[in-house]
Design a protein around this ligand. Structure first.
Ligand SMILES: [Zn+2]
Length: 282
């Protein structure tokens, strides 16, 4: 149904891309073979197919994308690739595919996941199998041409729900910690689950980041807020035809509606202090 609607919207999306192209930032999490479908995991075969398709377009690093946005209206659509949470499979599965297709990418790491002190709750106790990159691996990735490391906080909390002091640590200290491990500055931030309020925006700006990405859908044009860059979520269900529709932005109107509903639900939940809290999903 969604695909049908997106197909109907494709001519309109194509027109917009021609007359007002933007920077589309793709959002990935894991590249792995799992036994059951997981919204945040793309199989290596699917990822390879998607990167092959993407390579026909102009793919840039986040930094190049930002420079282009700052320089004025874009002349052609640009694409950037991002990964959240710092999964080990980003190195073992995604990197060889990215390198083969010469696609740059930014990986947002959570420092205590890299410390192996915590792991993303979505995947339970990973047991003997390590879920997240360790610092040696993050350094290896940072040295790889085309790969940028960004911050995704220290513990992956819902930022708007924690104290001012904690929010400051999650946003500013994570940047310092990652920079210490990499011996290089960290320019980009990614809000866990995409949830942010005015306080988070202010803290990210004050902490010295050049830009930050959210999970709000859509494309970024010259008027984009660099601290709330929009992204397009890609899943394992995005076969060739559907991936093409997503790249063209034909899914954007549908994703805007879904995102508005999700944001409303999040706000409602937090207006009720007694409301129970769901586990982090992104
Ligand atoms: Zn995350």
């Amino acid at each position: 149904m969604r695909r049908l609607l997106a197909s109907a919207l494709l001519p309109y999306a194509r027109l917009r891309n021609t007359f007002s192209p933007g920077l589309r930032i793709l959002m990935y999490h894991r590249v792995a073979r799992l036994t059951a479908y997981d919204q945040l995991t793309v199989s290596p075969e699917r990822f390879d197919q998607q990167m092959q398709q993407l390579a026909a377009h102009k793919v840039v690093s986040l930094e190049e994308g930002l420079q282009a946005l700052r320089a004025g209206p874009l002349r052609e659509p640009l694409f950037a690739v991002t990964f959240d949470d710092g999964y080990l499979d980003n190195l073992t599965e995604a990197l060889p595919i990215l390198e083969r297709h010469r696609i740059p990418a930014t990986i947002f790491v959570t420092t205590q996941f890299c410390d192996q002190a915590l792991s993303h709750p979505r995947y339970g106790d990973p047991g003997a199998q390590r879920l997240h990159l360790d610092w040696d691996e993050v350094r290896r990735l940072a040295r790889t041409p085309g790969i940028t490391i960004g911050s995704h906080t220290r513990t992956h909390p819902y930022l708007p729900t924690i104290s001012d002091a904690m929010a400051q640590q999650e946003i500013a200290l994570s940047r310092t910690e990652i920079a210490g491990h990499l011996h290089a500055p960290v320019s980009f931030f990614c809000y866990p689950s995409g949830d942010l309020g005015p306080r988070e925006l202010a803290l990210v700006r004050q902490s010295g980041y050049a830009a930050a990405v959210s999970v709000a859908p859509g494309v970024n044009r010259q008027d984009a807020d660099l601290y709330q860059l929009k992204r397009t979520e890609i899943t394992d269900r995005d076969d060739e035809a559907q991936f093409r529709l997503k790249l063209a932005g034909a899914f954007d109107p549908i994703h805007h509606l879904l995102h508005a509903r999700r944001t409303r639900r999040f706000a409602q939940k937090h207006l009720k202090p007694s409301a129970s809290f769901e586990a982090t999903t992104l």
